[in-house]
Design a protein around this ligand. Sequence first.
Ligand code: G16
Length: 546
Amino acid sequence: MDLAQLREACSKYTKPAGFKPSYGTAGFRAEASLLHSTVFRCGLLMAARALKTGAATGLVVTASHNPVADNGVKLVEPTGYMLDQSWEVWADKLAVAEDTDALCNVIRELYQQEDIPYGSGTVMLAYDTRPSAEELVKAAGSGVQALGGLPIVCGLLTTPQLHWMVRHCNNSLKHTESTYYEEFASGFCTLVKGCKAEPQALTVDCANGVGAEALKTLSERIGAQLSVTLRNTGEGGLNEACGADYVQKERQFPAGMDDRQHGARCASLDGDADRLVYFHGMPAGNLQLLDGDRIAVLAALLIRDTLQKLPSDLPSPSVGIVQTAYANGASTQYIREQLRLETVVTPTGVKHLHAAAEHFDIGIYFEANGHGTVLFKPELIQRLHELGDCHEAAKDLLALVDMINQAVGDALSGILLVEAALRRRGWGLTEWADLYTDLPSRQLKTLTRDSGRKTDFTALQIKVKDRSVVVTADAETRAVTPEGLQSRINDSVSAVPSGRAFVRPSGTEDVVRVYAEAATQQAADDLAAEVARHVYDLAAGIGAPP
Ligand code: G16
């Protein structure tokens, strides 16, 4: 490490006074103009991580579902997974270092404690469509170079594409963008070959984000077997009244999509295309959501159908589903009672779900918001390869491995999974939706600042001074602080038939989230509002009381 070069580079990226970034649910996120020093430091971090692991790492400049004025970084391990949780502490220490001296001290400490070898680490960089991307990618590259590393700018990509590329690169596999499309397309075509059901028309809301171009390319590779029409491809504001987060939380049709006729099949991606939800219009004109819970259930059915066709002398692989507290109670009940599969609950954040899913031979993990994937253990993949040529079912499972991003949740791969599963069963969205009935639920945000953003649609907005005063336990189902909050939530919940509610501070936005579920929509809405008022009362609410 050339200390003089490091000091000079660090001094060009000073942290704004008073700015205290912290590594959240999926990396750093804030208003873009604040982030140059943070992204530079993430470049340093990932160059060091590449040296530590002896393999390429990755960094995506994106703020995913957040408004266009925000930006952020997602950090990628050599495996293609998210940054190892044991290194989040280094990310935080680097990000909050006040000045060049403090920053260099943290780097010295990192090198000593982690025993980082000297050398040059490779970091693959990508970015989404935000106008602030160019400068922030430069900052990331400068960070990598400041530690003598090699930044490789892979370009405008969806977040899951970069995760996939890093994983493939480190496994000495072809890792071009074109190979990504080819592998997914080929897996999908294998799975739908011979299906009697014709492809159904699907309209996809691309959130005006990076997923539009990627999905266009993928569908062109697949050809007639996939029939998609793209909407919100960049003509409107990123994630503005559209995208997976909007559709899932607000239960509204996205802007520019009035496919309200009963049964028209629609889907929404988020801004960096790592989340996916499906929906369709109901006879009354309202929207029925098919969220991440339902995608998990459909994936489990496809896998069960396929596993049943494997030779009976093969040991049955363990299959499990990982969810968070946001999973609708009806989905968990269906998985346990009808599918007879094990379910595991983890805190929010794919890093937690992913780790839990790795315990199964086939681990299906999805957050209700549509972020998730299906992981296949390498030993199982090996066994399937051994059976491969003589067994259709083994070939189908291997096609699934090709088609499902093994690094991270991927909305494009999710579309192929859903479409293949529905085609193989000859189902439409109605049959899928009829598997179980969701308990009515409501999500609210208690805002911590008056952002005036168009994306805050909730009628009830409660402001708190500092969301970090809300600390949770038991996979976020229990509020440990502020004192008294949980007992008030318990009292409210106990008065509501089939009631359930929890609160948690978001790790991607400056808000406290409130979730409530009940036997009727009115009861779920009322319960959410009541719990939000408890948050206002006990977590230093500001502004007018609700
Ligand atoms: C990220 C994470 C997800 C998480 C979501 C919301 O998604 O990858 O696991 O569910 O944030 O997190 P929170 O409720 O803490 O704000 P994305 O798509 O925004 O990157």
